[in-house]
Ligand binder design. Structure first.
Ligand code: HEM
Ligand code: HEM
Length: 223
C-alpha cells in the first residue's frame, strides 16, 4: 500500500467561510428564538450570512479545485455507490457524494432562508429590509416559509450534518474535522491539490469585499 502524504484539499477561504457560516447561522437562530430586541441582531446576522453565501457561490466557480462545484456534482451513480459503501477513492478526495448532497442542500436552503427573511414581516415589530418593496401576498408567503418549513429544514440539516460528521469521525475514523481545520487530508502521493497560495487568497478577499459591498448597497437602496 502506498504511504499517504498530507495534500491541501480545503483552501483557507473555504475553511474561513465554514467557521464564519457556522458561527453566524447559530447566532441567527439564537437571536430569532430570543425574539424581541434581539431581532435587530437577527437581521444583522442574516445579512452577514447573505454576504458569506454570495462569496461561496462565486468561490464555487473560481476557488480551489476541491471547493469548486464541478468537483462535487452529486451524480446519481456516485451517490448510489456511496450508499452501498463502495465509494471510489477519487469520489472521496473532497466532499464525498453524500457530503456533496448536504453541501448543495445547505447552499440552496440557506439562500432561500436569507431571501425570504429579506422580505418577511412578523406582524409585530420586525420586517425584513426589502419588505416594503414586494407585494403583501409575497411577503406573507415568504414569512410563512421563513419562520416555518424553511427554518425547520435548516435545523434538520444542521442536526444531520453534525451527526454525519460525528459518524465519519468516530465510526469510520476519517479525519474530516482535522481536514476542515488544517486544510490537509492524508492521501496517496500524486493526488491533485487545491490551489491555496497568496494570489488565490487575495482573490477570495476581493470577492468577499465585493459581496459585502453588494449587501451594503442593497440595504442602503432599500432604506
Ligand atoms: C441564516 C439564515 C436565517 C435563519 C436560520 C433564520 C431563522 C429565523 C427563524 C427561526 C425565525 C422565526 C422566529 C420565530 O418566530 O420564532 C425568523 C424570523 C425572522 N427572520 Fe430570519 N433567519 C435567517 C435569516 C434572515 C435574514 C437574512 C433576514 C432579513 C435580513 C431575516 C429576517 C427575519 C424576520 C423579519 C423574521 C420575523 C418573521 C416572522 O417571524 O414571520 N432572517 N428567522
Ligand atoms: C450551523 C453550523 C454549521 C453549518 C451551517 C455548516 C455548514 C457546512 C457547509 C456549507 C459545508 C460545506 C463547506 C464548503 O464546501 O463550503 C460544511 C462542511 C463541513 N463541516 Fe460544517 N457546518 C456547521 C457546523 C459544523 C461543525 C460544528 C463541525 C465540526 C466540528 C462541522 C464540520 C464540517 C466538516 C468536517 C465539513 C467537511 C465535510 C466533508 O469533508 O465533506 N460543521 N459544513
Amino acid at each position: 500500500m502506498t504511504a499517504s502524504i498530507p495534500v491541501r484539499i480545503w483552501d483557507l477561504p473555504t475553511r474561513a467561510f465554514h467557521v464564519a457560516l457556522a458561527v453566524l447561522v447559530t447566532a441567527a437562530i439564537a437571536t430569532a428564538e430570543s425574539g424581541g430586541e434581539w431581532m435587530a441582531w437577527h437581521l444583522r446576522c442574516g445579512e452577514a450570512v447573505l454576504a458569506l453565501l454570495a462569496f461561496r457561490w462565486a468561490w464555487g466557480l473560481v476557488g480551489g479545485r476541491w471547493s469548486r462545484f464541478a468537483s462535487f456534482v452529486p451524480a446519481p451513480a456516485r451517490v448510489v455507490r456511496a450508499l452501498r459503501g463502495r465509494t471510489r477513492t477519487a469520489d472521496a478526495v473532497g466532499h464525498n457524494p453524500l457530503g456533496a448532497l448536504s453541501v448543495w442542500a445547505f447552499l440552496v436552503l440557506l439562500s432561500l432562508q436569507v431571501a425570504t427573511g429579506l422580505v418577511a414581516d412578523d406582524d409585530i415589530a420586525t420586517t425584513g429590509p426589502l419588505n416594503g418593496h414586494v407585494s403583501g401576498r409575497l411577503a406573507r408567503a415568504a414569512s410563512a416559509w421563513h419562520a416555518g418549513w424553511g427554518a425547520d429544514l435548516v435545523f434538520a440539516l444542521i442536526a444531520l450534518h453534525l451527526l454525519a460528521v460525528a459518524w465519519y469521525t468516530l465510526r469510520r475514523r476519517e479525519p474530516l474535522v482535522g481536514a476542515m481545520w488544517s486544510g490537509d487530508k492524508p492521501l496517496p502521493p500524486g493526488t491533485p491539490a487545491s490551489r491555496d497560495g497568496a494570489g488565490s487568497r487575495l482573490l477570495a478577499l476581493v470577492l468577499f469585499a465585493l459581496a459585502c459591498a453588494g449587501v451594503w448597497a442593497m440595504l442602503r437602496w432599500a432604506a
